[in-house]
Design a protein around this ligand. Structure first.
Ligand SMILES: Nc1ncnc2c1ncn2[C@@H]1O[C@H](COP(=O)(O)OP(=O)(O)OC[C@H]2O[C@@H]([n+]3cccc(C(=O)O)c3)[C@H](O)[C@@H]2O)[C@@H](O)[C@H]1O
Ligand SMILES: Nc1ncnc2c1ncn2[C@@H]1O[C@H](COP(=O)(O)OP(=O)(O)OP(=O)(O)O)[C@@H](O)[C@H]1O
Ligand SMILES: NC(=O)CC[C@H](N)C(=O)O
Length: 585
């Protein structure tokens, strides 16, 4: 029975920061080896960060990434990690083009390379645009154990390289991932990894990135399962982690590892590095398998939003954020997220009352500031609005929107003066139906809740306050902001319900139309009122231009607006009741 100590390094890489990422890899590998690890696995594209988009096509970047992996190999040996097998995701480049690759590093050099075979090209992924798929499957014999490597999408396909590895015979498979967070995806992943391990009849180590890159959040959720599909250990979501696990590997049939050549379409390439397991560091502690309890749906989404915002702020070099506080639920939830993400001392809230602002909008905003301890100021916009309205002769909707735009100018002025990142507070429901003022409340550099439906915004607010209650802390969100009826307050007594269907119904239709991608007939067949469907679908389609100009924000759903759902702006196709001819067809 061979025993291997594995370390799964769930790290937060930064796109483009080759030297910073390589230092992180060396530090983590050193820590893993000190903990006795003989095999250390890092996530997909950890050296470059992920996704790198068109940087993959930039020759200077690809050349630098390929050079950096050799530097990492040397640095690993100097750091005392030479005896270990260290597997690192990086950007390779050969005569055929860029590769999404894994380097197998041992004894100060790259001993093997694997190029991802299945390139995802749906949802947020565009890997056909960037990479050339691999056709070679290396199996490295290390410490008498045959180790195969695959990358992320490879395990999501039924006829992927794992079935070829199973046919060729391996003792252990390492899967490197850049798998972005979506609600409840951890359950899907857990089942998938267990199924693949059972098919292989060998343990699988699944290592994912953590942290955010623009609109994507990586939740980690790294895990290791045995050949029966039983989970041995799992990392917590949304934090960096080093998961150290001992694997007992049954004696291997020597004949099995003799096979070379092709099993499926891939060329199998076997290399022997060592027959004996390298010794563990003398003072290595015992490895204790762990698996944290799963997070509730609200806790998971909250953590995703906090991570998305925190990393956007930090990785783009901001120290402070600012936002308008209206006393309403959206700005209150965004403010609470900000406080959790960067700390109250780095959050600047501005109340900007107009002549239509209610008393409670001002008192609820002040209450929020008091509860959270963020920096708070009041900047009335009455005089600015009056100048625009009088000089330009504005009325009706034009006058309403000028209020939102005076607030935008105020926030941008303060941002330029004081250096804050301005946050837009719109939610997914508003974005869907175009219920925001372009260049007004849609202004900002980042939009933390743009993928959160309005009904879920309320759930998050309730959850965050309940969490504070549980911890014996002040509730961050004023209860009145949660319970009062939503209003944009752009004219006297305006209510969201004057212009929009009620939010639970609206979100149900949007869920079916946007996430479910259903057409008019499907929506009506699902039981939604035909006139309501027609109205909502029209609003969604007509607001495409507004969404294109909305700031980026964290994806949490299966289908976020933006890269997940790309529709033409100029578009005469309208979902409608089928014509008699269409029905006959
Ligand atoms: N296809 C297209 N491509 C490029 N631009 C296009 C366009 N179609 C219209 N436009 C332009 O867009 C502009 C109209 O859009 P916009 O100025 O936003 O105005 P609009 O969408 O007409 O009005 C804003 C709506 O959002 C509501 N609102 C505002 C503020 C906050 C909230 C809230 O509760 O959060 C709600 C407000 O009550 C109103 O119903 C015009 O300049 C028009 O020319
Ligand atoms: N009086 C105000 N003072 C400061 N900011 C405001 C004010 N009114 C609106 N805003 C900003 O514009 C955003 C849109 O506000 P509005 O009240 O129109 O819509 P909402 O979607 O109901 O948002 P909220 O729930 O935050 O009120 C707010 O979240 C806030 O950032
Ligand atoms: N990086 C990838 O290949 C990701 C694709 C995969 N289906 C996932 O989201 O987990």
């Amino acid at each position: 029975m061979a025993q291997l100590r594995m370390a799964l390094a769930q790290v937060n890489a930064t796109v483009g920061d080759l030297r910073g990422n390589s230092s992180k890899i060396v530090d983590r590998a050193r820590q893993a080896v000190e903990a006795g690890a003989q095999v250390v696995v890092f996530p997909e594209m950890v050296l470059t960060g992920y996704p790198i988009e068109d940087l993959a096509l930039r020759r200077s970047f690809a050349t630098a990434a390929r050079a950096e992996i050799d530097v990492v190999a040397e640095r690993l040996a100097s750091a005392g990690c030479g005896a270990a097998l260290v597997v690192i995701g990086y950007l390779d480049h050969d005569e055929k083009g860029p590769r999404n690759a894994a380097a197998l590093v041992h004894d100060g050099r790259v001993v093997e390379r694997y190029a991802k075979q299945h390139l995802p090209n749906y949802g947020v992924f565009d890997e056909f645009r960037y990479f050339v798929p691999g056709g070679r499957l290396p199996i490295v014999r290390f410490g008498g154990v045959d180790v195969g490597v695959v990358i992320c999408e490879d395990i999501w396909r039924e006829e992927g390289p794992t079935s070829e590895l199973a046919a060729a015979g391996v003792d252990l498979v390492l899967c490197l991932n850049g798998s972005p967070y979506e609600r409840a995806k951890d359950d899907t992943r857990g089942e998938l990894v267990a199924r693949r391990a059972r098919e292989l009849g060998a343990p699988m180590a699944y290592v994912n990135l953590v942290g955010a890159q623009d609109e994507l959040v990586f939740d980690g959720d790294s895990m290791i399962v045995d050949g029966d599909g039983v989970q041995l250990a799992r990392s917590p979501q949304f934090v960096e982690d080093l998961l150290v696990v001992d694997l007992d590997l049954p004696p291997r049939d020597a004949a099995r590892s003799a096979g070379r050549g092709a099993v499926g379409t891939s060329e199998i390439a076997r290399t022997t590095l060592s027959e004996a397991v390298p010794p563990m560091a003398a003072d290595a502690p015992e490895a204790r398998p762990v698996a944290p309890p799963p997070l509730s749906e609200e806790a998971e989404v909250w953590a995703a939003l906090v991570t998305g915002l925190r990393d956007y702020v930090a990785k783009n070099g901001f120290r402070t954020v600012s936002l308008g506080l209206s006393g309403g639920i959206d700005s209150a939830v965004v403010a609470a997220l900000c406080v959790d993400a960067v700390g109250a001392d780095r959050v600047h809230g501005v109340s900007m009352p107009s002549s239509y602002s209610s008393e409670h909008s001002k008192s609820d905003a002040a209450d929020l500031a008091e509860r959270t301890g963020l920096h708070y100021r009041v900047e009335p916009i009455v005089d600015m609005v009056r100048v625009f309205v009088d000089q330009l002769g504005l009325s009706g909707l034009a006058e309403e929107n000028v209020q939102a735009r005076c607030r935008a100018v105020t926030l941008m002025g303060l941002s330029n003066q004081e250096g804050h990142l301005v946050l837009a507070t719109g939610n997914k429901t508003e974005l869907a139906v175009g219920y925001s003022t372009i260049y007004g409340d849609a202004v900002g550099g980042f939009a933390p809740i743009k993928d959160v439906p309005k009904t879920f915004v309320w759930r998050l607010a309730e959850w965050r306050n309940a969490e504070a209650r549980r911890r014996g802390e002040t509730l961050p969100i004023p209860p009145n902001s949660i319970t009062k009826p939503p209003s944009a307050e752009l004219r006297p007594d305006q209510m969201d319900s004057d212009s929009l269907p009620d939010y639970p119904m609206l979100d149900a239709v949007l869920d079916a139309y946007v996430e479910g991608d259903q057409g008019y007939a499907d929506l009506v067949a699902a039981g939604f009122d035909a006139a309501l469907v027609e109205r909502i679908v029209r609003m969604v389609d007509a607001a495409e231009y507004k969404r294109r100009q909305y700031p980026p924000g964290t994806k949490i759903t299966l289908r976020a607006f933006g890269r997940d759902r790309r529709l033409p702006i100029t578009n005469r196709w309208r979902e409608h009741k089928p014509t008699p001819e269409q029905e006959r067809a």
